[in-house]
Design a protein around this ligand. Structure first.
Ligand code: M6R
Length: 614
């Protein structure tokens, strides 16, 4: 959470910083600020609200200089005010800092600094941090690398997580950055360098990047980049090339990124499949697992860990892998796994799923699994992300940047990878050649079917108009449609603020049925031919209690006339692809309801795209 950008070079920093910041706005958007070294003084502007507000203020007031830092905030310590917005300046005005993360021991440091006469204008941990740097800066007066050394010394006292960029009034040719637990990347341009939380902020200026690891400190001074650890050991910066089409992050003709990304799903799924089926078309293959077929055959349990939508993908993965590969699967919230001493068998494979590859709980779960000696894999959409780099092996989604806070194309692309993984693991065991062939054939049709499913956009809009004022909504599904019900409820609540719950359809009778009334519409995923009769019974139970029913059905299995108030029909597809197809109407319905209610679809309140604090 929070996005940071820093610039040092020969150009005007402010427009470059603000352009980068705009691309990081998905990381937090309650306030923003920029600081630039101008006429030997650190000048700054801060605004509550969006980056656009800040841009107006900063560009109109002519913040000018070739060294600067900026930040878009997702509040942790202190409310949404200009005082609490970053950058934070030290008492003496010498140092400015932007920070993504949480300083856990800030109170004791604050007490120490207060005893030294330092006063504070904000409620943030970051203001404490910058004053600690300023404190060491005074103590390091004799050091040839005074600024860098003051940051390094401060970091040794800091507990918690951070990705930082800092500038100093006395050092017009120097910018310093460091990371522990929060991502930080350096962009290496021609006669210029940038520091950012995410490559998306850099790619319009350079495709050469250095990914910092935890415990590393970077200093860019007089045009030279140097990398050290906190013990001052010099490290060799490794420059990676990022292949990123900047137009992918643009809205184009769409009103919102969420809608654009819903419509991009066919292509995203195609990208997830590309080159990943075996030559005989009966299985899948993945290049980056770093596990031999023999090693994979020895796996006798899989543990999935993730958060939010990615956790729902894991639940679908559980059904798929158990069905096709017959390997026992467990799914754990990453945030729970990291603080639980779960006994795992030595042949357990731990798989984490994360669109951003930076979610702190998922990263911590991955590290915990590695610490315990388990083989780990990551399914991830962000090349070079921390999770991708920390896992033993992995599968990139190649879904393209997902900007809307509500995950859509990343989710269905994860589902495709999980279906392929289920077939691959199955074929290494007991799944027959014929069954494998049918699965692959079915999965290959998915992009075309998804293309058809999104064409129902107008029809779903009409349903959204009818239900937009509801205050509660229940989503019901059975088997692998249960996680899709959970995901449907999450989509609706996160962008439209309507209270929504997902339940296994039969479980409704054990409590949630008490909520059912004419004012609580129920969305039923009635898509599976093998349990169609049971699903019809569940719909009858809901109807008998007066609730409106929106049913999602497959082409070949429509509901009896008049049973549902509204019916959304998805194309028939292979069983392994059903969760993907059933997700599309859930996404479109939430999108239209949120839009009709006047909600900020791409930047829902209180949320951020990448959750990098605990
Ligand atoms: O980047 P990740 O996949 O690790 O993110 C996990 C969740 O934060 C994310 O899926 C979140 O639940 C989305 N807002 C859902 O739309």
């Amino acid at each position: 959470m929070c996005g940071i950008v820093g610039y040092i070079g020969k150009r005007e920093a402010t427009p470059i910083l603000l352009e980068g910041l705009k691309r990081l706005e998905y990381r937090g958007y309650d306030s923003a600020g920029v600081a630039v070294l101008q006429n030997e003084k650190i000048e700054y502007k801060k605004r509550t609200g969006r980056v656009a507000e800040l841009s107006r203020a900063a560009l109109n007031n002519g913040l000018s200089g070739t060294l600067g830092i900026c930040h878009t905030r997702w509040a942790t310590h202190g409310g949404v005010t200009e005082e609490n917005a970053h950058p934070h300046l030290s008492n003496d005005g010498k140092i400015a800092l932007v920070h993504n993360g949480v300083i856990e021991n800030y109170l004791s440091i604050k007490k120490f600094l207060t005893s030294k006469g330092i006063t504070f204008y904000s409620e943030t941990d970051t203001e404490v941090f910058v004053n600690l740097i300023a404190y060491h800066y005074e103590k390091e007066a004799e050091s040839p690398n005074r600024f860098k050394e003051s940051v390094r010394r401060s970091l040794k006292h800091i507990e918690g997580t951070y990705g930082i960029a800092a500038i100093c009034r006395d050092c017009p040719d120097e910018m310093v950055g460091a990371r522990k637990g929060s991502p930080l990347i350096v962009g290496v341009g021609e006669n210029e360098y940038l520091i950012a939380s995410d490559v998306s902020a850099l790619v319009s200026r350079t495709s050469n990047v250095v990914y910092l690891n935890d415990g590393e400190l970077v200093s860019i001074k007089n045009g030279e980049l140097s990398l050290v650890d906190y013990e001052e050991k010099t490290l060799k910066p490794e420059i990676h090339q990022v292949d990123w089409d900047t137009s992918e992050g643009e809205l184009g003709d769409f009103e919102h990124f969420m809608l654009k990304e819903i419509f991009e799903q066919s292509e995203a799924i195609q990208n997830a499949m590309r080159g990943r089926f075996s030559d005989d078309e009966s299985s899948a293959k993945f290049g980056g697992l770093n596990l031999s077929a023999q090693e994979l055959r020895q796996i006798d349990r899989i543990l999935f860990c993730a958060c939010g939508t990615a956790w729902h993908a894991c639940l679908v993965g559980e059904y798929l892998i158990e069905r096709y590969a017959r390997i026992p699967v467990e799914v754990e919230y990453a945030s729970e796994f990291r603080y639980r001493n779960a006994p795992l068998d030595k042949n357990t494979l731990v798989i984490v799923i994360s669109q951003s590859g930076e979610t702190i709980d998922t990263l911590a779960a991955l590290k915990e699994a590695k610490r315990k000696g388990y083989r780990t894999l990551a399914i991830n959409n962000s090349v070079g992300s921390t999770i991708a780099r920390e896992s033993d092996g992995g599968i990139y989604q190649h879904a393209g940047p997902e900007v809307g806070v509500a995950s859509t194309k990343a989710f269905t692309s994860q589902l495709m990878i999980l279906s392929m993984m289920a077939v691959y693991f199955g074929r290494l065991r007991d799944l027959s050649f014929q069954e494998g062939l049918e699965c692959v054939k079915g999965l290959k049709r998915v992009p075309e079917l998804v293309e058809n499913a999104v064409q129902q956009n107008d029809a779903i809009y009409k349903i959204a108009e009818k239900y937009k004022d509801m205050t509660d909504c229940l989503f019901l599904g059975r088997q692998d449609m249960f996680p899709i019900a959970l995901e449907g409820a999450l989509k609706l609540k996160e962008i439209s603020y309507i209270h929504a719950e997902g339940y296994p359809a039969a479980e409704m009778k054990h409590g949630p049925i008490a909520l059912i009334s004419k004012d609580c519409p129920v969305i039923v995923l009635a898509t599976q031919p093998d349990i169609f009769g049971k699903l019809i019974s569940n719909i009858q139970e809901v109807k008998a209690r007066g609730a409106p029913v929106i049913a999602v059905t497959c082409e070949s299995h429509p509901l009896p006339e008049g049973l549902a108030d509204d019916e959304i029909v998805i194309p028939d597809c292979h069983r392994a692809a059903l969760p993907i197809l059933a997700s599309i109407p859930m996404q479109l319905l939430s999108y239209h309801i949120a839009k009709l209610r006047g909600c900020d679809v791409d930047k829902p309140r209180n949320l951020a795209k990448s959750v990098t604090v605990e």
